[in-house]
Design a protein around this ligand. Structure first.
Ligand SMILES: Cc1ncc(COP(=O)(O)O)c(C=O)c1O
Length: 370
């Protein structure tokens, strides 16, 4: 038998814990494990894609993305996020996932450190490790947000980046303006880059969305149409940053991706420039489900502060794996907090990107089994 010598960085990382849970659950289980809106892509967005196909817009586009989309995103950042980037300071990517990849690839030399919230979205650690960096975990405060003081304690001469994710997956927490401003100041003072993952920006129920790029230009803003417009399968994202960042990220993008999907780019243009009714309707529906879920969980004796954003509740439990396994064996898919890092012990993630009927059914099963 031939023994292939694989990359140590890759063999060391584990496959996604969330995927394993889906595989373990029965096919008729109630799925509260999903990380995507349970809505269809709005009609006007689909129509733009169909038009693009019919018009033969099916070749490679310019690597950075079609000019009208970058123009529209530049306007979006100015009007909604409070910072200025020109279309030349934007790259259209294959989802936020590619945006995170090219940001980290542009920044990291072997052994460079990236500060990542623990618990945090699963890709941050894995991508850092794949790209030869070292993931340094930043424990969260009681309100499940990343605090500037804790970040300061973790900074070393090797720190290159801080990954910020507000609203957060898996906690649903939303960082305050004061904390974002303080983190931006830390980035400036220490010449560290903030990689700001803002994919849940439109799903905020209390508080406000603040982009760190409105306070510092040491920021790579990563976003996508994936969650905002129920377009996860279209694989369309974007990054915005100062030109020196863009120049390096563009090289990685060109060689790993060439360009984002041409049809999805036309669809994204329709999404970004079109009516926001469907986004607002999704947010209001998520808010209703969140309220029912949080009330139900507290009636079951689970401590769960109402999440301010995204579509995840992160209640406290006695033992993550035990409670998650119990729920899964009773037909409710949830994710143990430990899938998002060691500090996720004592929590489970429950997604409310599921119908009200499923949430209510799940609550009544939980009442019986817990
Ligand atoms: C916080 C966060 N960032 C990025 C992504 C990936 O987004 P995309 O599907 O656009 O690659 C996800 C998906 O679950 C996410 O939760």
């Amino acid at each position: 038998m031939k023994g292939i010598k694989f990359s140590e960085n890759v063999t060391r990382i584990d496959t996604s814990g969330i995927r394993k849970i889906f595989e373990a659950a029965g096919s008729d289980a109630i799925n509260l494990g999903l990380g995507q809106p349970d809505f269809d892509t709005p009609e006007h967005i689909k129509a733009a894609a169909i038009k693009a196909i019919n018009e033969g817009f099916t070749g490679y586009t310019v690597g950075t993305g079609i000019p009208e989309l970058r123009e529209a995103l530049s306007t979006k950042f100015r009007e909604e996020n409070g910072f200025s980037v020109s279309p030349e300071e934007i790259i259209v990517t294959s989802g936020a996932s590619e945006g995170l990849t090219i940001a980290l690839a542009a920044l990291l030399n072997p052994g460079d450190e990236v500060l990542i919230s623990n618990p945090g979205f699963v890709s941050y650690n894995a991508l850092t490790e794949i790209l030869n960096g070292k993931a340094v975990s930043v424990p969260l405060a009681e309100d499940l947000t990343m605090k500037p003081g804790t970040v300061l304690e973790k900074i070393t001469p090797k720190t290159r980046a801080i990954v910020l994710n507000s609203p957060s997956n898996p906690t649903g927490a939303v960082a305050s303006r004061a904390d974002i401003k303080a983190l931006a100041e830390i980035a400036d003072d220490h010449n560290i880059t903030i990689i700001s993952d803002e994919v849940y920006e439109y799903f905020i129920y209390e508080g406000e969305h603040v982009s760190p790029a409105s306070y510092s230009d040491n920021v790579i803003t990563v976003n996508a149409t994936s969650k905002s417009y129920a377009m996860t399968g279209w694989r369309l994202g974007y990054v915005a940053a100062r030109k020196d960042y863009i120049d390096q990220m563009l090289k990685v993008h060109q060689y790993i991706q060439a360009c984002a999907n041409s049809i999805a780019q036309k669809a994204a243009y329709a999404a970004v420039t079109g009516p926001k009714d469907s986004v607002n309707a999704m947010r209001e529906e998520f808010r209703k489900r969140r309220d029912v879920l949080v009330k139900g969980l507290s009636e079951l004796g689970m401590e769960c502060a109402p999440p301010k954003g995204a579509f995840y509740a992160f209640p406290k439990v006695s033992n993550s794996t035990e409670i998650a396994s119990k729920m899964i064996s009773n037909g409710i898919i949830v994710v143990p907090g430990t899938a998002f890092g060691s500090e996720g012990e004592g929590y489970i993630r429950i997604s409310y990107a599921a119908s009200m009927k499923d949430i209510e059914r799940a609550l009544s099963i939980m009442e019986k089994v817990l």
